[in-house]
Ligand binder design. Structure first.
Ligand code: MN
Length: 577
């Protein structure tokens, strides 16, 4: 793996002037600058997230029309049908808007698509059925920005449609015709935060509504679930999103909502330490997503709105089981993919890997694609074939705009959408060979071989003696970490390996290391470094005790006495250069 500085390092003089102006130590100033923070004012905002730093909802195009129509519905006690999506973002968005409208005195209903039966996106049939049942107002959340046919169906059925979404609009056709369209990514919208998740857009509408009805003070209570969606949807954790994630995680330490309590409990997060974005991304979100993947997304809405603790515990336990099932499906597809790649070298050599299998569970192909990208450092599409139909999910590397790549072969698809880094699509199975060839050609045209080389971005090189509690506290001031705000990675060179590498569960490796000193001399202070899923790569180095090694790592708090409060998580290890 290639170690390279995270972006072009800031000038030492600008680091010291930021350190001075913001009264922070130079290392913290450096880490801030590497995260795009350049002024003392921005540093203060970054280090002290507050709702006061968020933008007025009015700044979003379409907000006024949406609030007016919703207020009219509230006054008339007319049912507003919220049309959501089945993932964390989509279900949280439903809960936020539903709760806000009801707090203002309105009446709501919601629809969350059945992943397999309904597929992704807003469907005209659902709106027509609602219209037949007397619904005159539909609001989409986290979906709808490309639902041209559904928007026309709404118009024909005499239903007012408000689209709220964060996915990228169609490049040439723009946005669907609706009473209002809220999406910071649409042409003409000057709202500063372009990277809101779907629940973030719904929150801005909820905010506008609640403020109009004099209920603005309840807004902070939405931040806990908004943080879940913001982290789970992997939007950049900077600006407003950092405020949502940071304040929300703080609140999740002591949730009042019975559903959230039950959910954290089954995820073994008991509030003994502050929650991290990693806890949400790897423990909470997968349990919520399991519902959508296994087709009971409406259970999530019930979980997050139910008052009864017993019912909440029941749903949470069910989500936990579904998550275990999901993990099993994921393992099965992962193994099938590895088998295909070993048996077919052409697949391994493709610059964009397109993998397909009969009957792969459509709920987990996105996760499978993420694993392929992590392992092979190139864009990947994972596709489930069912008879003549193929449904796929894709993930990419930063250098490759995956949605643009699909767009350049749009004639192949019956449906496609998403972002630069993640897409979903469907096509006739007979066109898979064409898709495979087109994606590979497209990737080879746009990427260079350097783009496919796995790299590790380094924030700073430190003497090992500087690694301690104080450094960890500095790092923690920058949390929560995620997309747009990566966990700082440090490098220490020539550290001494004290014991033979310890293999854990055949997959992981633990290294006991200390700062360099004379061979045979006394050991000053030792720390444990965990190499997750690195047993194989570290084993190949044949490390022996006493050897000098270079380590790249992140820091994590570990209250286990064996670790002395601090754990290093290895990004990579090499023999000392
Ligand atoms: Mn979303």
């Amino acid at each position: 793996m290639r170690w390279q500085p995270r972006s072009q390092g800031p000038e030492p003089s600008s680091i010291s002037s930021l350190a001075h102006e913001a009264s922070v130590d130079p290392l913290l100033a450096r880490l801030l600058m590497l995260r795009g923070v350049h002024s003392a004012e921005d540093a203060q905002r970054f280090l002290n997230p507050s709702l006061e730093h968020t933008y007025a909802p009015d700044a979003m195009l379409g907000m006024q029309a949406a609030v007016e129509r919703l207020s009219a519905a509230i006054e008339r006690r007319e049912t507003a049908l919220i049309y959501g999506d089945y993932d964390v973002d989509g279900t949280v968005a439903v809960v936020i808007l539903k709760t806000a409208i009801e707090l203002c005195g309105g009446v709501t209903d919601f629809h969350v698509p059945h992943r397999i039966r309904d597929g992704y996106g807003m469907k005209g049939e659902v709106i027509e059925a609602a219209a037949a049942a007397g619904v005159r107002l539909v609001i989409s959340v986290d979906t709808g920005i490309r639902a041209f046919a559904a928007a026309e169906a709404a118009q024909r059925a005499g239903v007012d449609l408000i689209v709220t979404d964060h996915h990228l609009p169609e490049a040439t056709e723009g946005v669907p015709r609706a009473l209002a369209v809220l999406n910071p990514n649409q042409a003409g919208c000057t709202y500063p935060t372009k990277s809101l998740c779907g629940a973030g857009v719904a929150f801005k509408l909820a905010q506008a509504l609640l403020e109009k009805y004099g209920r603005g003070r309840v807004l902070p209570s939405f931040l806990k679930i908004l943080a879940l969606a913001t982290i789970a949807d992997a939007v950049a954790l900077s600006g407003e999103n950092r405020v949502f994630a940071s304040l929300g995680l703080e609140g999740l330490r002591s949730p009042v909502n019975p559903g959230l309590k039950a959910l954290l409990e089954v995820a073994s997060l008991n509030g003994s330490r502050p929650l991290t974005a990693t806890d949400v991304a790897f423990r909470v979100a997968p349990r919520i997503n399991a519902a959508g993947r296994m087709d009971v997304a409406q259970d999530v809405i019930e979980l997050l709105t139910v008052r009864d603790a017993n019912r909440a515990a029941e749903i949470a336990a069910r989500l936990n089981e579904l998550n275990a099932e999901r993990q099993q499906e994921e393992r099965k597809i992962g193994e099938a993919i590895e088998k295909q790649i070993t048996e077919n070298p052409a697949l391994r050599e493709a610059w964009c890997m397109v993998l397909d299998g009969e009957g792969w569970h459509r709920g987990v192909i996105g996760i499978a694609a993420t694993r392929v990208v992590e392992k092979y450092a190139r864009p990947a599409l994972v596709i489930s074939r069912e008879n003549d139909e193929a449904h796929g999910s894709g993930r990419s590397i930063p250098a490759f705009h995956l949605l643009d790549a699909l767009e350049s072969s749009k004639h192949l698809f019956t449906r496609y959408g998403g972002h630069a880094h993640a897409v979903g699509f469907a096509l006739p199975a007979s066109r898979l060979p064409e898709l495979r060839a087109a994606m590979d050609t497209c990737a080879r045209r746009q990427l260079t071989s350097a783009d496919l080389e796995p790299t590790l971005a380094i924030d700073a090189e430190l003497p090992f003696e500087n690694v301690g509690k104080e450094l960890m506290l500095t790092v923690q001031r920058l949390a929560p970490f995620g997309k747009g705000n990566p966990t700082p990675v440090f490098v220490s060179r020539g550290v001494r390996l004290l014991q033979p590498p310890q293999i854990i569960k055949e997959q992981h490796v633990k290294l006991r290391i200390a700062e360099p000193g004379p061979a045979g001399g006394s050991v000053k202070r030792a720390l444990d470094a965990m190499g997750w899923r690195m047993a194989e790569s570290a084993g190949a180095l044949g490390l022996v005790p006493g050897e000098a090694i270079d380590v790249a790592y992140t820091l994590e708090e570990n209250t286990n006495p064996d670790f002395g409060g601090l754990q290093l998580n290895l990004g990579d290890v090499k023999k000392a250069s």
